[in-house]
Ligand binder design. Structure first.
Ligand SMILES: [Zn+2]
Length: 436
């Protein structure tokens, strides 16, 4: 690594961070304490590398669901851990073990010591230690799918999440793609509007978005590429209403059964356009999942950001923040961010998905897209230690790309440091209009 790298990395380690995306518990007190280190760290991401390497799903389930000795769990994963430890997911965990727990690397000789130390962190104060003291995160944008855990529209004035750490982002999934009557009931509860027709559904949607913002939401989140294509066609209202009316065909089913609420693509297309129309009038920010889909399998082509082009054109007042560098469609994203003033690049999750693609993309963007279009970090973790491991990789990747550009002569050192601060702090602060 060149000489500039270390100097830039040292500087980056002092910068405060705005974290564009997390899935952490809304309050530290909500944290699941009935865990061991393997259950917590294998809740997502690295578990998929282990399964991709050959770990059987049934054995994975034993680690998550059964109360068996830690070493027994370790023996189930060990061969696959060794095969996967060099992926971004694996490296993030080794960074955590080393920097937070003083353990050189996670293996059969250290896992019990790591677990003992990890269990001691299951108390209030660990969030502050990781997010504030170690990561220097000013605020993390946090996914919330309901306005409040025990939402009471008459009592609650703010979304259930700890504002010391988080800025809430409301997930619009049930408004666009309800699957069960229990989802419809959630919407009824959050809006205070009984769903008796399509007209009431639209009213409830408008009401909830307004409420989410008045209760502190800073953006809306769309993650439906997991379930369907990102191509949202314009459809007539009558067609959407016809599909919506299907939900009433299951209303007679007993409430102890999971009553499905079958809608279709036309309804979903109409609803997302309806929401974007609200967002366009109110000048809102919409975060959209694009690219790689967490979990095993799925249809990658559904998540190509190019499918969203009609929306970028039709809703110019909406700010579109596209997640995960759209990996492996990062080239498509480059062109979209270059061509559309309302499209922004969000590197959340990217540095651990592919550290290499993250560095290469930065090298590409520095000479292709304006510097204000890139946010460098979003942890995208379910557990707080992971945020630290991811941030360290992100800082290294940005330092690598910047130092290479200094060597090329594109930036001098002062410029490189200015750009680093833009990517980790100023850009996300401006894009999400945060008062931090
Ligand atoms: Zn996410």
């Amino acid at each position: 690594m060149n000489d500039f790298y270390k100097e830039i990395l040292d500087f980056i380690s002092t910068i405060e961070i705005i974290d564009t995306h997390e899935h952490l518990p809304c309050k530290e007190i909500d944290r699941d304490v009935n865990v061991d280190v393997l259950k917590e760290y294998l809740g997502h991401y690295f578990n998929r590398d282990l399964m991709s390497a050959g770990l059987f799903t049934e054995n994975y389930k034993r680690i998550i669901e059964e109360d068996i000795p830690l070493m027994e769990k370790w023996r189930l994963v060990e061969p696959y851990w060794e095969l996967s430890r060099y992926t971004g997911y694996g490296r993030a965990l080794d960074i955590v073990a080393k920097d937070i727990y003083g353990i050189e690397k996670i293996d059969g000789s250290s896992i019990e010591e790591l677990n003992d130390k990890f269990l001691k962190t299951l108390k209030i104060g660990h969030f502050k230690k990781i997010l504030k003291d170690k990561c220097k995160i000013k605020t993390s944008l946090l996914n919330v799918e309901t306005l409040d855990k025990k939402y009471d529209p008459l009592k609650e004035r703010s979304i259930h999440c700890d504002r010391e750490f988080f800025s809430p982002v409301y997930r619009i999934e049930y408004l666009v793609f309800p699957k069960l009557w229990s989802h419809i009931q959630k919407i009824e509860k959050q809006s205070g509007i009984g769903i008796t027709s399509f007209t009431r559904w639209l009213e409830a949607t408008e009401n909830i978005i307004e409420k989410a913002y008045s209760m502190g939401s800073v953006a809306l989140k769309h993650h439906l590429a997991y379930l369907r294509t990102l191509k949202y066609d314009r459809v007539p209202r009558s067609l959407a209403e016809e599909e919506f009316n299907n939900i009433f065909s299951t209303k007679h089913m007993p409430d102890w059964d999971e009553r499905p609420a079958p809608t279709g693509k036309a309804f979903q297309d109409y609803m997302f356009h309806f929401i974007l129309d609200i967002a366009n009038r109110k000048n809102l920010i919409v975060q959209i999942h694009t690219g790689i889909l967490e979990g095993c399998g799925n249809k990658l082509s559904n998540s190509n950001p190019e499918l969203l082009s009609n929306l970028f054109l039709e809703y110019p007042e909406v700010t579109f923040d596209l997640f995960h560098i759209s990996y492996p469609y990062q080239n498509e994203l480059t062109v979209l961010a270059k061509n559309f003033a309302n499209v922004f690049i969000d590197m959340c999750w990217a540095h651990i998905v592919s550290p290499n693609a993250s560095v290469n993309s930065l090298l590409e963007w520095f000479c292709t897209v304006p510097l204000n279009k890139i946010s460098a970090f979003g942890g995208d973790y379910l557990f707080v230690d992971g945020v630290y491991g991811h941030l360290k990789l992100a800082q290294q990747n940005v330092a690598k790309a910047l130092s290479m550009k200094v060597m090329e002569g594109l930036f001098d050192m002062d410029n490189a440091m200015k750009v680093a601060r833009m990517l980790f702090y100023e850009n996300p602060k401006n894009i999400f209009r945060l008062a931090v």
